[in-house]
Design a protein around this ligand. Sequence first.
Ligand code: 5GP
Length: 116
Amino acid sequence: MAYDDNNIFARILRGEAPCVPVFEDAFTLAFMDVMPQADGHVLVIPKEPAATLFDLSPEGAAASIRSTRRAAIAVRDAFAAPGVFVGQFNGAAAGQTVPHCHFHVIPRFPDAKPRA
Ligand code: 5GP
């Protein structure tokens, strides 16, 4: 998937669009999903311009999984969640709607109806 510099997550990273940040480091940004599948739905994105998992550098991939784990621990503890979903979609055929690589982190409770 070609990288579109004007996708919404690129605009968030440039400060051109708002977000509710959770944490940030040199390589990644974690923020609240604007249309959450459940309370506490966090997105983790690499700062590098990667459309999908396949486009990430090894360093970006390592930083992304480190931050995704950090976000999963944060939502588990903040929501006392018995489970936490972590997932991501690569390509429109897989269901990806925003063409900047991202990781969904969603607290899960026994009655949840997951999208995937
Ligand atoms: P995808 O379907 O590409 O895996 O997920 C994209 C996610 O980005 C969706 O969960 C959607 O709610 C979220 N999203 C789309 N636009 C925005 C936005 O402008 N701000 C935030 N915080 N999340 C967004």
